[in-house]
Design a binder for this molecule. Structure first.
Ligand SMILES: [Fe+2]
Length: 180
C-alpha cells in the first residue's frame, strides 16, 4: 500500500475514535447527564482544522488522479468529491450549534441536541465508511507508481495537530482526555 493511503487510513482511525467520544455525549444527554461541551468543541475544531482543511483535500488529489486513469467506481469518486465540498459546511454549522448551546445564544432541548450530535456522527461515519470499504480497495488495487508520482507532486505535508509528532497547544487538553 502506498504511504499516502497508509496515512489516510490512519486519519480515519483517529477520526473514528473522536466520533466515538462524541457518541458518548449522546448517551450522557439521553441519561440526563451533563455533556462536556469543551471536549465536543475541541473535537469539532480538530475536524475543521485537520479533516476539512487537510485530510479531504489530500484525498481529493488522490481521487482526481485515480479518476483520470481508472474508470471503475467513477460514480463513487464523484459522490465522495461532492461530499468533500459539503462536509465542511456541516462541520461549521455543528460548531456554531455547540458554541451557541454553550454560551446560551442557542436554546436547544437535550433531545434535539443529542439528535444533532448523532446526525453529525452519522454523516462523518457514512462518508468514511464509503471511502474505506468501496474506494480505498480500488485505489490500492489499481493505482500505478506513475499515478502516485502525480499525486505526490500536489501534496504538501502537514503534521496532524492532535495525533502528530507535535501536539498543538489548543489540542493538549483533548489529547489528555483521549489518553485517559
Ligand atoms: Fe477520508
Amino acid at each position: 500500500m502506498h504511504k499516502i493511503m497508509v496515512e489516510l487510513h490512519q486519519d480515519h482511525i483517529h477520526l473514528s475514535r473522536l466520533l466515538k467520544m462524541l457518541d458518548r455525549h449522546v448517551k450522557v444527554l439521553q441519561n440526563d447527564g451533563d455533556p462536556d461541551f469543551m471536549m465536543m468543541i475541541d473535537i469539532v475544531e480538530y475536524i475543521r482544522n485537520y479533516s476539512d482543511f487537510y485530510h479531504h483535500p489530500k484525498e481529493d488529489h488522490v481521487y482526481k488522479v485515480y479518476k483520470s486513469s481508472v474508470n471503475e467506481g467513477s460514480h463513487i469518486v464523484d459522490g465522495l468529491l461532492n461530499e468533500h465540498q459539503q462536509i465542511p459546511k456541516v462541520t461549521v454549522a455543528f460548531q456554531q450549534l455547540l458554541d451557541g448551546a454553550l454560551n446560551g445564544s442557542i436554546i436547544i432541548s437535550r433531545a434535539e441536541l443529542s439528535e444533532r450530535i448523532s446526525n453529525f456522527i452519522d454523516i462523518q461515519m457514512n462518508h468514511l465508511n464509503v471511502e474505506e470499504e468501496k474506494l480505498f480497495p480500488l485505489i490500492n488495487k489499481t493505482m500505478t507508481s506513475g499515478d502516485w508520482v502525480k499525486v505526490e507532486a500536489q501534496i504538501k505535508d502537514k503534521d496532524d495537530p492532535l495525533f502528530g509528532n507535535t501536539v498543538e497547544k489548543d489540542f493538549e487538553d483533548l489529547l489528555h482526555m483521549i489518553e485517559n
